[in-house]
Write a protein that binds this ligand. Structure first.
Ligand code: ADP
Ligand code: MG
Ligand code: MG
Length: 280
């Protein structure tokens, strides 16, 4: 059995919203893990504390899946909550986006992420989502920063801080307004209604788009404008700029179907991932 005395932080791996993630060694075995630290003082209201509890509970209760990070152990100190996670040693999918769409003189050079590669990452994330949805977990935080890469190049989704247990309907089960602005599904933005598992398929579409284009769909730096663009019904999906070779017709149709504003007809909204898997 693991105890908290066994773990010593070595170097930072990433910055979290409520703390840091460190590379850590399990002293007795010498094995490497990631130690995610959440500072209690930053969890200043009951909602944030509830999310932290959910993160530990959900991640801890999930059985093994090849594309989902394993939580091995959790403990609390006087000031922190700590999660011991399997190490994903090859960084975030976000870093691959940056390599494929490098910045030059304040602009990105788009279109260097091959569609086949994007399709591979999207498909692996889809299998992870399917596993979560079968266990009634709405993930709600799919984005390139939370898709980690394992040693063998396969993905590992992590960060269950926004996940909600007990959701088993594509449109209902969750209410709170949360997520990353660039990845907020329109039904969450509208706020007045409930949302459900279909939100994760929207995010899958946004991830697909960002891999291809270097930016999330409807991107603009102005957060308010961005949310307006996402929420406006008549907005056309801009296809990835400068993509060479052109995005395939099937790829385009899949993107459009996942990024359908109307959650009731969005690809995957009939309640399972099979429809997305079946897409050409
Ligand atoms: P937050 O909930 O604040 O977004 P995350 O759990 O996403 O925190 O962790 C922040 C960053 O730390 C990640 O984007 C990633 O770069 C790094 N990280 C998190 N977990 C691991 C892990 N298991 N292995 C390697 N790096 C990790
Ligand atoms: Mg994160
Ligand atoms: Mg989080």
């Amino acid at each position: 059995p693991l105890t908290h005395l066994d773990f010593r932080p070595r170097r930072p791996l990433g910055k979290g919203k409520f703390g840091e993630v460190y590379l850590t060694t399990h002293q007795p075995s010498g094995r490497l893990y990631a130690l995610k630290v959440l500072h209690k003082r930053l969890l200043y209201n009951s909602k944030l504390r509830e999310r932290a509890r959910n993160e530990r509970r959900i991640n801890g209760a999930l059985g093994p899946h090849p594309f989902i990070i394993r939580m091995q152990y959790a403990f609390a100190t006087e000031r922190c909550l700590c999660l011991v996670l399997d190490l994903a040693p090859c960084g975030e999918l976000f870093q691959l986006v940056k390599v494929a769409h490098p910045w030059k003189n304040g602009k990105t050079k788009p279109g260097k992420f091959p569609e086949q590669a994007a399709r591979f990452y999207v498909a692996e994330c889809l299998l992870a989502l399917e596993f979560l949805h079968e266990r009634r977990v709405l993930y709600r935080d799919l984005k390139p920063e939370n898709v980690l890469i394992q040693r063998d190049g396969h993905v590992c989704i992590s960060d269950f801080g926004l996940s909600k247990p007990g959701v088993n309907h594509p449109l209902r089960g969750a209410r709170s307004m949360c997520g990353t602005p660039e990845y907020l599904a329109p039904e969450i933005l509208r706020g007045s209604h409930e949302h459900g598992l279909a939100v994760d398929f929207w995010c899958l579409g946004a991830l697909f788009y960002e891999l291809l284009d270097g930016y999330p769909p409807w991107f603009t730096k102005d957060k308010k404008k961005l949310l307006e663009r996402v929420a406006r019904r008549d907005l056309e999906l801009k296809l990835p700029r400068g993509l060479k070779p052109k995005l395939s017709k099937d790829g385009e149709l899949c993107l459009r179907a996942l990024l359908h504003r109307d959650a009731t007809v969005r690809l995957g909204s009939d309640g399972d991932a099979q429809a997305v898997k079946d897409h050409p």
